[in-house]
Design a protein around this ligand. Structure first.
Ligand code: NAD
Length: 292
């Protein structure tokens, strides 16, 4: 069997176009566009790239977009004052603080200061609690992107055995909770799981989010399983000395021979994250000001 590729890049493009069309209709009706503020503290090069990508995606979709850049020496009080200002700003419906934050700033205190109604990243304890209870809320973007990809390809989740490898608060735990919300039978594997290959072999749906290049072997995967690879790992390029390339947490070439559906890296789960951020911000705007 050679798996069908779950094309995250194309699916994300479709969703971004849908969001842009909804925003164009809102503007035409005289309603305010969704507004997203991204707070970036310091000079971390990867963070700067991510923030620029989010800003560009917002502009392309017709959003009001603000990037608040603070120096790496900014105090926690300064960051909290910005959050308070954005919480009160009626043009802003979504607030995202780019992590990691410099060490003088308590990340959880900053996250907790965001108005849960504007928490489009879904990391505020109120929203995490709602997710845990199975309620609708803002779900974290990367996990939500995984679920959206399954839905857009009409892959059934209910009653399936799902294995999530990784238990981080950003990916593993929320993916597991979202799958549970869709009535999958969910197992979470992690660094102390005794027989990971055995767990993979039982799973109809495997979500790999462990951050280890090509760790999950094709031979472990059940014939016909669905494989979502969230990992993004830079490894030396095999043909170009001194260059690197991106690979996932799954050994794609062997896994695609056994899986029915699989995400590539890059171009699978990754591009879905920004599409979900736009979707969450549009949702926040509707909840805060109404659908018109
Ligand atoms: P993390 O380091 O916070 O968590 C990794 C998890 O994997 C931990 O829970 C750990 O228990 C588990 N783990 C580690 N080694 C293991 C092993 N040998 N066997 C089984 N489990 C093991 O990472 P994270 O933030 O959750 O990110 C995971 C991966 O997803 C990374 O490659 C990251 O780059 C990627 N990621 C992608 C996106 C995106 O596509 N937009 C977003 C976030 C993270």
């Amino acid at each position: 069997m050679s798996a069908t590729i779950l094309d995250g890049a194309a699916t994300a493009r479709t969703i971004r176009d849908e969001v842009a069309a909804a925003v164009a209709a809102l503007r035409q009706a005289g309603g305010p566009p969704p507004g997203l503020a991204v707070v970036l503290v310091g000079e971390d090069p990867a963070s700067r790239v991510y923030v620029a990508q989010k800003h560009k995606a917002c502009q392309e979709a017709g959003f009001h977009s603000e990037v608040i850049t603070l120096p790496g020496t900014a105090s926690e009080a300064h960051v909290l004052a910005e959050i308070a200002r954005l919480n009160a700003d009626p043009a802003i419906h979504g607030i995202l603080v780019q992590v990691p934050l410099p060490s003088q700033i308590d990340q959880s205190r900053v996250m907790h200061a965001i108005d849960p109604r504007k928490d489009v990243d879904g990391f505020h304890p109120v929203n995490v609690g709602k997710l845990t209870m199975g309620d609708d809320t803002f779900f974290p973007c990367t996990p939500l992107g995984c679920l959206e990809l399954l839905k857009r390809y009409r892959i059934p989740i209910q009653g399936k055995r799902a294995l999530v490898i990784g238990r981080s608060n950003i990916v593993g735990k929320p993916v597991a909770l979202l799958l549970l919300r869709e009535h999958a039978t969910v197992t979470i594997g992690h660094s102390r799981t005794v027989d990971l290959p055995g767990e993979v072999a039982r799973a109809d749906i495997v979500v790999a989010a462990l951050g280890k290049p090509r760790f999950v072997q094709g031979a472990w995967i059940k014939e016909g399983a669905v494989v979502l690879d969230v990992g993004i790992n830079q490894v030396p390029h095999p043909d170009q000395p001194g260059k690197t390339r991106l690979v996932g947490d799954v050994d794609f070439e062997t896994a695609r021979e056994r899986a029915a559906f699989i995400t590539p890296v890059p171009g699978g789960a990754g591009p879905m994250t920004i599409a979900m951020l736009l979707q969450n911000t549009l949702k926040a705007r509707h909840l805060l000001v109404g659908a018109r």
